[in-house]
Design a protein around this ligand. Structure first.
Ligand SMILES: NC(=O)C1=CN([C@@H]2O[C@H](COP(=O)(O)OP(=O)(O)OC[C@H]3O[C@@H](n4cnc5c(N)ncnc54)[C@H](OP(=O)(O)O)[C@@H]3O)[C@@H](O)[C@H]2O)C=CC1
Ligand SMILES: O=C(CO)COP(=O)(O)O
Length: 326
């Protein structure tokens, strides 16, 4: 395997910008690509992403480019666009990426139209790439500021996962590696749905005890789903599963939590990306297909899709028969 030095980052939203800085701090030359020429020009001039990550300066080693081929020519490429946009973005790389280039999805979700997990989408949309995934408890603003953060890098080839983790990690940005790709992508997708439920609990003022119950019972759903789809327990209980659920379900910094909080308060969400709202329905569909009981995820889907109001959803959850804990 060729050494991984230069890093391309596709997408200059909050996460792409933060990851570009993290890779630069790991000593890598970075090419950060954005599709909007106005954002590229503003970023190149001010060296700050005022639109998505205000107040954080780009590291010197980050070169901003409007040329997708330039970013794609790096030794490894991070795809930092929303889950539902990943097929389109990966598709644009499909004719320009060198065969065998690691393409690391940094998105947390499941594709609605195909019910595919993120690395499956990359494999279909960009067959020349070797898919990998980076996921874990990590707010862009924390990573960009260089605060201590630990995430997981997964690839089917464990040696590639290790090499990518080594290439991207630096002092405060710690990457663990695994070959349990499915486990990592399930954790990130499911926790966003459950974080919306946690936000609703907070927004409705149901109390700290209810929040803890939600996280524990939500995690039971995530585990059940993960096991049924072949994920390993140590991944689901690790950074990308339990770790990210704890972060996102307990912090108002989370956009998914904020989305749920607004719903719980009867307010309109702020319009920022809330991946869980887009993943809830497909997560529930996949769960049903395998007979997996996920009442919290189902409730989120019903509330988000408007088929059930929040009070009725809470009432139905509380009316479920008591049972042995599993
Ligand atoms: N923010 C965070 O703290 C973290 C986010 N993530 C995950 O990273 C993913 C991206 O989130 P984040 O960066 O925060 O989102 P943002 O909303 O901040 O940015 C999204 C970026 O994706 C670009 N984009 C959207 N669609 C396309 C497309 N079809 N082709 C190319 N570029 C596109 C947008 O470009 P444009 O401006 O032109 O619309 C924008 O630059 C999500 O799945 C999220 O869950 C993971 C960990 C942390
Ligand atoms: O995934 C994240 C932290 O790990 C970011 O969460 P939000 O998308 O809910 O802000």
């Amino acid at each position: 395997m060729a050494a991984i030095n230069s890093i391309g980052v596709i997408g200059a939203g909050a996460w792409g910008t933060a990851l570009a800085n993290a890779a630069a701090r790991a000593g890598r030359p970075v090419r950060l690509w954005a599709r909007d020429p106005a954002l590229v020009a503003a970023l190149a001039a001010a060296r700050v992403n005022e639109r998505y990550l205000p107040g954080v300066s780009l590291e010197e080693a980050v070169a901003v480019t409007p040329d997708l081929a330039e970013a794609a020519a790096c030794d490894a490429v991070l795809l930092a666009v929303p889950a539902q946009a990943s097929r389109e973005a990966a598709g644009e790389l499909s004719s320009i990426l060198a065969r065998g280039t690691p393409l690391v999805t940094c998105a947390k979700g499941i594709e609605r139209t195909s019910s595919l997990f993120m690395t499956q989408v990359l494999a279909e949309a960009c067959p020349r790439a070797v898919p990998a995934i980076l996921s874990g408890p990590s707010f862009a603003v924390d990573v960009a500021a260089g605060l201590p953060t630990a995430v997981t890098l997964a690839a089917e080839d464990g040696a590639l996962a290790r090499d990518l983790a080594m290439a991207l990690g630096s002092g405060a940005f710690r990457l663990y590696h695994t070959d349990d790709v499915r486990g990592v992508e399930i954790g990130g997708a499911a926790k966003n749905v459950l974080a919306i439920a946690a936000g609703i609990v907070a927004g409705r003022g149901l109390g700290a005890s209810a929040s803890a119950a939600l996280i524990a019972r939500g995690f039971a759903e995530l585990m059940r789903f993960g096991r049924a789809y072949g994920a390993r327990a140590e991944t689901l209980t690790g950074l990308s599963g339990l770790g990210d659920l704890i972060l996102t379900a307990s912090s108002t910094q989370s956009r998914n939590h904020a989305f749920g909080l607004a719903l719980g308060r009867g307010e309109a969400p702020d319009g920022k990306l809330a991946e869980g709202a887009l993943t809830a329905q497909v997560l529930v569909r996949l769960a049903r297909e395998r007979g997996i009981d996920m009442p919290l995820a189902e409730a989120v889907d019903q509330v988000v899709s408007g088929t059930c109001d929040i009070n009725a959803a809470i009432g139905a959850l509380l009316a479920r028969p008591q049972k042995a804990e599993s």
